[in-house]
Design a protein around this ligand. Structure first.
Ligand SMILES: [Zn+2]
Length: 253
């Protein structure tokens, strides 16, 4: 089940999952089902028009104990630039499941978020006073930016792609002019050495993740800005047949 919440020009996609329980070996059928469902969920949020998206639900995977499913979720987050928001924001001894039989607790329910959705979480807690099953609900509050203050919601890069130049049509001098513009912009980017030198393969330090996301944004902004400062003639030549307009490229060389 998925819920798309719209607030002005911003939206939030909440995708609910219920993953199979892992019983033992990685040859288990449930393991393959687990990986398939997670892959599908990531595909859905990866192609959604909003960058604010969360996968929430019963992952049946304890990320605190080193279980196979728990490790799989952490790997999936690392590979896809996603954050385990609940594990990042809640105390390490949290639990969402109580086994009456074994008199033990586990942290099976999770919220995996994009960086944008993670940053909009204003409150998260596990409601241990709600007893409707052996799982306790994960309660979360989000605050989306108001359109008036933040402008339109940032769009996914695949949407931007339609407005970018086609490089094979650029001449040698177009490319040289691009280099001249791009090089100082790239040189002026602050390098987050601490985050880049972090050697923890399982690092969930939010400031490291944010620093790396900012570096990525700075680099792509520098490159996009450099294409926007080419001559109108080149823009016309390289953008012929694509929807970009001369208004997009306002600064003549
Ligand atoms: Zn780190």
């Amino acid at each position: 089940m998925a819920l798309s919440v719209k607030h002005g020009s911003h939206s939030l996609l909440l995708l609910n999952v219920y993953l199979p329980y892992f019983t033992g070996s990685d040859n288990d059928d449930d393991y393959h089902k687990f990986v398939a469902v997670i892959g599908k969920a990531i595909g859905i949020i990866g192609t959604s028009p909003t960058l604010n998206a969360c996968i929430i639900g019963d992952f049946n995977a304890c990320t605190i104990r080193n279980t196979l499913f728990g490790k799989e979720i952490r790997l999936m987050c690392d590979d896809n630039g996603l954050l385990l928001s609940d594990v990042t924001l809640l105390p390490p001894d949290s639990f969402t499941f109580y086994s009456d039989v074994h008199q033990s607790t586990s942290w099976f329910d999770h919220c995996v978020s994009t960086l944008q959705a993670h940053l909009s979480i204003t409150d998260i807690n596990i409601s241990h006073d709600v007893l409707s099953s052996d799982h306790f609900p994960l309660a979360m509050s989000f605050e989306l930016p108001t359109s008036e203050l933040s402008g339109p919601e940032p769009v996914r890069s695949t949407t931007i792609r339609a407005n970018t130049a086609s490089w094979e049509r650029a001449t040698k001098s177009d490319i040289e002019a691009y280099h001249r513009r791009c090089s100082p912009l790239l040189s002026s980017i602050a390098i987050p050495y601490v985050a880049l030198l972090c050697s923890d393969a399982q690092c969930d330090n939010i400031s490291h993740r944010e620093a790396i996301s900012k570096l990525y944004r700075d680099i792509t902004n520098a490159m996009l800005t450099s294409t926007k400062t080419q001559t109108g003639a080149w823009v016309e030549r390289v953008c012929k047949g694509t929807p970009c307009s001369s208004e997009t490229f306002i600064y003549p060389v």
